[in-house]
Structures are given as C-alpha cells and as structure tokens.
Design a protein around this ligand. Structure first.
Ligand code: MN
Length: 295
C-alpha cells in the first residue's frame, strides 16, 4: 500500500497488551513493555522498555528511587513526563530532569549510578510519569568510557504534523517534501526516539527507513495503526515489520505516544540483570568487575 508521498506502509508484526508490572526500587511502578525476558530481539537496538504511568506520591522525608547499581554494555535513556528526577553516577556525571527532559546515559564499559526522585519532588510530592529505555551498544562501543547527555526539553526539535506534533529526541525525521530534522541525541548506531501527540481524528505517516525496527507505544488515548489493521490503547505497544518506509497511525481519541526504532545491531545478546553483553564470558567478567570495584 502506498500513500501520496509514495511511502510503503509497514505492517503490524505484533501488539503487546496486558503488560506485566513491577516496582523498580521504591520510586517507579512500571509496566514492563518489553525486556530480554519477554523478547526484544525484533526491537534492536532497543533492549528494554519500562513505562511508569502517572502515579501520585505523597510528600516524604526520604527520597524514593533506586540506589547505587551498576550497568555495562548499553545506554539508559530516561524520558520524564511528570515529576522530577535526580541522577548521580560514578563517572562524576549527574543532573536533574523534569517534564519534557531526557537523560541519555551511556554506561558502555561500566559505571554505578543512582536514580532518585529529586529533593524537591520528594519534599512536595506530586505525580510521576516517566519512561526508561535501554539501547544496546555494538561490540565495538561496549568498552568505551561512560558518557552522559542531558537533553533538556528546550533542545528537542518539534516537527508539526497535521493535528499534532513530534518531538525528536533521536534520529532524523524526513518530511514528505524531503525536509530533514534531527534530534540532538548522539548515538552509536542509528536510533529513532520520537515523542508524539495527535488530536482525535488526526492521521500521520511516520517515516521510518526500510529495514529499521519500528514500534509505537501509546501513553494515553486510542489509535488505529497500519491502515486500520489493529487498534491499540493506553499502555500497549505495536511492533511494525521492518519492511516499508512509513508507519501509519490514526488517532481514534487524542493520543500521546512514543515512537522507537533503529538499525538493528546484528550481534548476539547475552543480558543478565543490569548488563547487556555479547557473550556469557563477558557477563561473568562484568559481575566480577562490579563486585571488585572495577566499574
Ligand atoms: Mn539504572
């Protein structure tokens, strides 16, 4: 199927519904949208996606969140929709991010970090809504030094759509007329991460290159995808086939959504807890290095 811009539409590969939920530390009640355990190979370079739907926290004296823990071999990307987070890591990086901001942390050869509600949010309480995505690194980049990108909302370009918009966190958006806009995140391999909104009744063709993984997660509202092939609601993810150059979405109700995809990293993955490597031996080494302070 082709539209007037001559884009071939991606088909639906699968829809993920009834996602399991759990708490990450005492700060983040998340839906596990996908993980190595539930299968994320078709979503490469993405490895894991946790989504914390809006949750009200009462004022507290003790900051909630996740205390010091290690990572190696990939990047953690945190998108805040409501509330405020503070981050500190053993590479000496840290920052505070609020609504619309993104933190792109490259663990690479390894670090320890903590992810907490900010001091102010802890004191005042409020609603927290956030997403965390893990982006794999290719073998050649897994032993690079850690890095940190604070991507504040003001730096994220916005592309206007008919009846909506996209905020481009990572990757290039090419309009039907050929105009290109690129998100600020520096990535090891081509990654797409777009935060979007469409009013009820609006339709969009999301340009995602042929061969890329592609998925759309709905945070709020209801959408029809791939020309009416499937309907998805809040807290559900549709995975598209890599074939085709545009993912078609129509808002049945006003929707807030996240688009993710990229060039698949065609390498073996061995994931264990906070480590994502290529071999079992590298996982064993990561455990030893984390325990012996070499991270
Ligand atoms: Mn972490």
């Amino acid at each position: 199927m082709k539209d007037s811009s001559n884009r071939a539409h991606k088909s639906v590969r699968r829809v993920r519904t009834d996602l399991p939920s759990h708490w990450v530390g005492d700060g983040f009640p998340v839906l596990s949208v996908f993980s190595p355990r539930t299968g994320s190979k078709a979503l490469s370079p993405f490895v894991l996606f946790d989504y914390a739907a809006p949750h009200r926290f009462e004022p507290s004296k003790t900051p909630r969140g996740v205390g010091a823990h290690p990572h190696r071999g990939f990047e953690t990307v945190t998108v805040v929709y409501a509330g405020e987070l503070e981050h500190r890591d053993s590479a000496g990086n840290g920052g505070r991010i609020g609504p619309g901001d993104v933190q792109w942390m490259t663990a690479a050869r390894g670090l320890f970090h903590e992810e907490m509600h900010s001091e102010r949010f802890t004191r005042e309480g409020g609603t927290m809504e956030m997403a965390q995505l893990w982006v794999n690194l290719p073998a050649r980049a897994k032993s690079d030094p850690p890095a940190y990108q604070d991507i504040l909302a003001a730096r994220i370009p916005r592309v206007e759509l008919e009846g909506g918009h996209l905020r481009l966190i990572a990757g290039t958006y090419r309009s039907a007329a050929g105009a290109e806009t690129t998100g600020p995140a520096r990535t090891a391999t081509p990654v797409i991460l777009w935060d979007g909104h469409l009013e009820a009744g609006a339709r969009a063709q999301l340009p995602i290159p042929d061969g890329y993984s592609a998925a759309l997660f709905v945070r709020r509202g209801k959408a029809s995808v791939a020309g009416g092939a499937k309907t998805i609601g809040a807290g559900e993810l549709v995975e598209f086939t890599p074939e085709g150059t545009a993912a078609q979405v129509e808002a049945l109700e006003a929707i807030d959504f996240l688009v993710l995809g990229g060039e698949p990293i065609d390498e073996p993955i061995v994931a264990y807890g906070p480590f994502v490597m290529n071999t079992e031996a590298e996982i064993d080494q990561a455990i030893v290095d984390a325990q012996s302070g070499r991270m």
